[in-house]
Write a protein that binds this ligand. Structure first.
Ligand code: HEM
Length: 466
């Protein structure tokens, strides 16, 4: 099953650096010549099925006045027996690849909650700032949908998070929740159809307006290469680009389990995963190949990076400051990435100290959980699961029951996301207005105090001995 890659011989054995992360090029890494053609490949079955569903929807809604937002998944369920394309898609979605081991996927689900605070921070500061903002083709698509406007970005982030929370929801049996017919499975299909809607719409505009979208340069919107990159962001970045930077080190088994879980989600989203995510080593090499070949900060990336920070800064109830976001981003992604994104919020020493306090806290929590009896670990996992599901999916301030992943931000030929402000009044820089930063700062002070006491005790013991 695993294809031998054609390594770039001049790179073999070379050490590379990406911010604080170092890696060595091996024969498992993907050369640019292998990846580049994937930009022109895409989920053809998904796109064709979407066109059919839209046709069906038009015939149904033409009789309804006013037209209703169509539930494409409901149409797919209803019409797949009578249409060749829909039935091919339905069959694919209902076929579980033979490598899937549900027990492994169930273990993988727990990884997200076991290291929840570190995963959340990593997802935001590395996944969105460092990775999502830095993939040239992806940002060109995102900037055209308008979903990165600060007015709607927070909801979009929650929707993305909904998929993560549903995929990792261990409160039901994994094969009936993530597997065919389950809630996470349905959300993944909705996302696949949403991607197809975005792709078809942008391609349609590109065919009528010269220069609207450069498919020769960026590939087909939501193409296969970008999808591999995204799956890698969803599962690999936690392991090597996010958690270790916060002092948390998942075990090899945890890595294998979580990657397997997202490999299956990748399969549902029409991403070829066998060659890229079949083992931990391959997945790591895929992630590093993306760092090498795909990381590029363009002007569009700067706009989206700016809007991302605007969306999160001073957001109640946590009121995290732009300076803390910058301090954390710099520690996770490195100065080069943050300078290129134009981050210039001038964090002070106490923003870096707060960040360090955060790292110490999540590191201590992870170490405790790794060494605790499994019953205690389970209680903590359930608390995180219930809290996050309640806040993000169920609450009215969140998604009020969950999103159906409708196609809301439909690209228009004259619309491009620009730099925006969030419209909230700015809070003072002080950590006193910012509960999360204040707690982290307190952790940092406590840690420093403990270190001073231990050092003083050591010095006095040594003095007594001499
Ligand atoms: C293969 C892994 C991927 C996963 C798991 C994923 C996940 C999601 C999710 C959960 C949503 C719905 C929530 C939201 O609107 O943010 C979404 C929407 C979207 N995704 Fe993806 N995505 C992936 C790949 C990609 C790629 C490669 C692109 C390419 C640019 C992309 C572009 C978009 C766009 C444009 C939307 C719609 C946003 C809007 O309505 O403005 N996604 N994706």
């Amino acid at each position: 099953m695993e294809k031998q890659t054609n390594p770039e011989p001049e790179r073999l054995g070379q050490c590379h650096t990406h911010g604080p992360y170092h890696y060595t090029w091996s024969k498992l890494h993907w050369p640019k010549s292998h990846l580049e053609p994937l930009r022109q490949e895409y989920d053809e079955l998904g796109s064709a099925a979407l066109s059919k569903l839209q046709e069906l929807s038009r015939t149904q809604t033409s009789s309804t006045s006013p037209p209703e937002q169509t539930d494409l998944l409901a149409l797919l369920k209803q019409h797949h027996p009578s249409d060749h394309t829909l039935s091919a898609l339905w069959h694919e979605l209902n076929t579980v690849p033979e490598w899937v081991d549900w027990a492994q996927l169930a273990r993988g689900q727990r990884f997200f909650y076991r290291y929840a605070p570190a995963n959340l921070m990593g997802f935001a500061l590395q996944g969105f700032v460092g990775e999502n903002s830095a993939a040239a083709g992806v940002v060109e698509v995102l900037t055209r949908t308008g979903g990165f406007s600060t007015r709607v970005l927070f909801r979009r982030l929650l929707e993305t998070f909904q998929l993560v929370l549903q995929v990792t929801d261990f409160s039901s049996l994994v094969d009936s929740h993530v597997g065919p017919g389950g809630a996470a499975w349905e959300t993944a299909i909705r996302v696949r159809l949403l991607h197809a809607s975005v792709r078809n719409r942008i391609l349609k505009l590109a065919s009528t307006k010269d220069g609207y979208f450069d498919t020769a340069k960026y590939g087909v919107p939501v193409n296969t290469l970008d999808s591999i990159h995204s799956i890698s962001t969803f599962c690999c970045n936690h392991m090597w680009l996010q958690l270790p930077q916060q002092g948390v080190h998942p075990s090899p088994q945890e890595m294998a389990d979580y990657i397997a879980l997202w490999r299956y989600v990748g399969y549902l989203l029409a991403t070829p995963t066998d060659e890229y995510f079949s083992t931990v080593e391959r997945a790591k090499a895929t992630m590093e190949s993306m760092l090498m070949h795909e990381h590029q900060i363009t002007q569009t990336a700067v706009v989206l990076g700016h809007n991302f920070v605007e969306c999160l800064r001073d957001l109640p109830p946590f009121n995290v400051s732009a300076q803390f976001i910058e301090a954390g981003s710099r520690m996770m992604n490195g100065d080069e990435v943050c300078d290129a994104l134009g981050f210039d919020f001038e964090p002070s020493w106490y923003h870096y100290a707060s960040w360090r306090g955060h790292c110490w806290l999540v590191r201590a929590l992870a170490a405790l959980q790794q060494s605790m009896p499994s019953g205690v670990d389970e209680i903590i996992l359930r608390w995180w699961r219930n809290t996050l599901h309640g806040a993000v999916i169920q609450s009215h301030a969140g998604l009020a029951g969950g999103s159906k992943m409708d196609f809301k931000y439909v690209p228009r030929a004259d619309q491009m996301t620009a730099k925006e402000v969030n419209g909230r009044s700015r809070l003072p820089r002080s950590p006193l207005y910012r509960p999360v930063e204040a707690i982290y700062l307190a952790v940092w002070f406590s840690g420093v105090l403990v270190m001073i006491i231990v050092a003083a005790a050591l010095v006095s013991t040594l003095q007594q001995l001499t």
